[in-house]
Design a protein around this ligand. Structure first.
Ligand SMILES: NC(=O)C1=CN([C@@H]2O[C@H](COP(=O)(O)OP(=O)(O)OC[C@H]3O[C@@H](n4cnc5c(N)ncnc54)[C@H](OP(=O)(O)O)[C@@H]3O)[C@@H](O)[C@H]2O)[C@@H](O)CC1
Ligand SMILES: [K+]
Length: 572
């Protein structure tokens, strides 16, 4: 699996770190040194001219990283103001604090002191990382409030903007959904992304997220007992994307001599008169993503409305559950989509037949409402692991009110209940794949495997009918025999890529027509397709950071004058 695509919870991260340290092959102080060096390296790559930086060091090991960063920046010629606490941290952070004290003073870590040194080029936030256990209070809360000020100089966050719950993307002690906390221009996190970097407002507050390798690769198996979570990020290739070496590739590349039935047959159930638009969007998406055949099935009195293009779309009336069961006697129908524009009553009537056939099936929109109206004890009785439920938050709350309540409840202690927790529990309860839609989409299977896909740059994707297109993309990929989790993950990515390619002014009608060009680029191996706006990113990679460190070390040896005491702050 490509490095960087797996997500670890904070508990998994701690287990990995402690396994590394217990092996005797690396100490906590060495890990801290690597972490601090990596952050300093990324700072120097982005701000190559030494300036003035304020480093805010908290009570634990995140603060320890801050003292290491201060040492490295000092050696590189930066002028530093370091604010810290006079507590008794763990031995590693204590050692790093001591080393800094041999270079310069430590000022009190409070809002008043910070206000007096804010006239600088960079603020480094090393107050809290993975160890935040509760809502900050008192002077630290006041300092964290100051870090929300958008007029501050650029902030670099160590592991995360402080106060963020790295398991959920929420802020302990603050309202869920509306709360925003400390913000960063750049966040350098370690080893693997955590859920909080990509969920809720965490995704928006981290700024540019860089994952630094601190040499824990030999201990990743420690986290492998827990269900795996993968990050689907446009810039991070994953096994689900059809990279030429990936398993999905051969599925997207239709065999030249393939019969149309080899690419499957998707059945999209449509609603009564004047409600056919949503299901047609789904059907067009299923066609564009390469289902060999797509049939739209409205009741007979709505059939005439579906005359006209696309001509490739087949139409066949389905009046009721028994009609549907007859149609499904044709085993060449390989996937179903029920819900978009269907009407709640019709969806409720068709559900038993759609589920009884045991074939892959997307349940969206009205089908989800129909499910939620079933008696609670029987709600999920006929679901199975080839069913994909695709609720947005409102639909999720109707299906799983207790889980939705936990997601909005303010809580003073961390880790907060996350959208990942909610999707996993819902999938397990429904015994189906659950895709919880949002800017941070979470997909979970009943066995706990999960995918997260976050977009922070596509506000125009929140448009009427976009969900119908997504349901159709999933149905098309299911018809083409992708397993449910992969079909859902790939569909979410194609959906976002289509929106990004089209840009502002997008309507849902435009989405399916973007898919062929995206598939062509994917099949031709155009890596730029993963980048924002289809352009290749001029990224800074770990090799550059390592080379920079080598240069920093050489300089440190050759130019011992750099090992001087802290310069006075004044003078720009
Ligand atoms: N382990 C390693 O090998 C490596 C770890 N690394 C770094 O360590 C970070 C994790 O370090 P950490 O576990 O010490 O947690 P951290 O985020 O510094 O904060 C915890 C401290 O704050 C306290 N505290 C908590 N909540 C509070 C509140 N609301 N208000 C006030 N206090 C509160 C809590 O004490 P408590 O009062 O709960 O006993 C504790 O003292 C991680 O993010 C990464 O940056 C890297 O160096 C790589 C190697
Ligand atoms: K931090």
């Amino acid at each position: 699996m490509p490095v960087g695509s797996e997500i670890l919870t904070t508990a998994q991260m701690r287990a990995t770190e402690s396994a590394a340290m217990s092996s005797g092959r690396v100490t906590g102080a060495e890990l801290m040194e690597r972490a601090g060096r990596a952050v300093a390296g990324h700072i120097r790559l982005r701000w190559p001219r030494p300036g003035r930086a304020v480093v805010l060091c908290g009570p634990g090991n995140n603060g320890g990283d801050g003292y290491v960063i201060a040492q490295h920046l000092h050696r590189a010629g930066w002028q530093l103001r370091v604010l810290g606490l006079a507590n008794q941290p763990g031995p590693d952070a204590a050692q790093m604090r001591q080393r800094w004290q041999e270079i310069g003073p430590i000022l009190p870590l409070d809002a008043a002191t910070f206000a007096g040194v804010q006239d600088c080029d960079l603020v480094i936030d090393a107050i809290f990382g993975t160890g935040l256990t509760r809502a900050p209070t008192g002077p630290i809360a006041a300092l964290l409030a100051a870090l929300t000020d958008p007029s501050l100089p650029p902030v670099v966050a160590v592991d995360c903007p402080s106060g963020l719950c790295l398991d959920s993307g929420g802020w302990p002690g603050r309202d869920r959904g509306t709360a925003t906390g400390a913000r960063a221009r750049l966040t350098v996190a370690f080893d693997r992304p955590k859920p909080g970097h990509v969920l809720e407002s965490g995704a928006f507050r981290c700024g540019e997220l860089v994952i630094a390798d601190i040499g824990l690769g030999d201990w990743h198996h420690i986290a492998s007992n827990a269900p795996q979570t993968l990050l689907l990020h446009p810039a991070i290739p994953t096994p689900w994307l059809p990279a030429p070496q990936g398993p999905a590739f051969s599925l997207l590349a239709k065999p030249a001599d393939g019969h149309k039935f080899l690419s499957g047959h998707a059945l999209i159930l449509a609603g009564g008169p004047a409600r056919g638009g949503a299901a047609r969007l789904s059907a067009r998406a299923a066609l564009r993503v390469g289902a060999g055949l797509v049939t739209l099935a409205p009741p007979v009195d709505a059939l005439a409305e579906h005359a006209g293009p696309p001509d490739a779309l087949m139409r066949q009336p389905v009046e009721d559950a028994s009609d549907l069961a007859d149609m499904l006697a044709d085993s060449r129908i390989t996937a179903l989509c029920l819900g978009p524009g269907c009407g709640i009553e019709r969806a409720a009537g068709l559900l038993p037949s759609a589920l009884a056939c045991g074939r892959p099936c997307v349940l969206d929109a009205d089908a989800l409402t129909a499910l939620s109206q079933r008696p609670k004890a029987e709600r999920f009785r006929d679901l199975h692991d080839k069913v994909i439920l695709t609720p947005h938050m409102g639909e999720f709350a109707r299906l799983f009110p207790d889980l939705a309540n936990r997601l909005v409840a303010a809580d003073n202690t961390g880790p907060l209940f996350s959208r990942l927790d909610a999707a996993r529990q819902a999938a397990s309860r429904a015994r189906a794949v659950l895709l919880l839609k949002g800017p941070d989409t979470v997909i979970a299977t009943p066995d706990g495997s999960a995918l997260i896909h976050t977009v922070t740059d596509l506000p125009w994707l929140a448009t009427a009918g976009a969900g119908d297109v997504l349901a159709g993309l999933i149905a098309g990929l299911l018809a083409r025999s992708l397993p449910p989790l992969q079909a859902a993950g790939l569909a979410v990515q194609l959906h976002a890529l289509a929106a990004r390619r089209f840009g502002p002014g997008l309507t849902a009608d435009d989405l399916p027509d973007q898919i062929p060009a995206i598939l062509r680029d994917l099949l031709e191996g155009a890596s730029g397709v993963f980048e924002r706006g289809g352009r290749k990113k001029t990224g800074i990679d770990e090799m550059q950071v390592k080379e920079l460190h080598a240069r920093i070390e050489e300089l440190a040896v050759a130019n011992s004058f750099l090992e001087r005491k802290l310069k006075p702050w004044g003078g720009k």
